[in-house]
Design a protein around this ligand. Sequence first.
Ligand code: CMP
Length: 139
Amino acid sequence: NQLTHVTLTNYSKSEESRELIQKALLENDFMKHLEASQILTIMDCMYPTTLTQGCCVIQEGDDGSTVYVLEEGSVEVTKGEQKLCTIERGKVFGELAILYNCTRTATVTALTDIKLWAIDRQGFQTIMMRTGLLKHSNY
Ligand code: CMP
């Protein structure tokens, strides 16, 4: 399988950022069921990105391929004309499209300048897959 040949890249982070990301992943309803080693690997592979106030981070209906942890600032989640919520520092978003292999369920807009940690589908799926393979080889 192709996923076994993907090279995972680690991005260096401050201890504070490492803790923020791990806590965010562990608090997320979907991510918290992952194994501790998977959480750590996802955290290591997340890369930094920034956007300015007013930018659209995620557009409802798009094919989504990135999961984010918000490190600085806040974002608004909307669906059609309806405002769903505001997301603050230390929270995961953009996980649903990857986990359910669906299009983006909502639009996410930067309310301030924001700093994010991100991981793309390929890296995320490689981490899921490798752990599955390792488990399998233990049987
Ligand atoms: P995703 O569907 O990939 O992209 C849009 C994101 O908005 C979604 O993942 C969730 O992370 C987030 N989101 C969608 N609906 C809600 C909601 N009702 N409350 C909070 N966050 C949401």
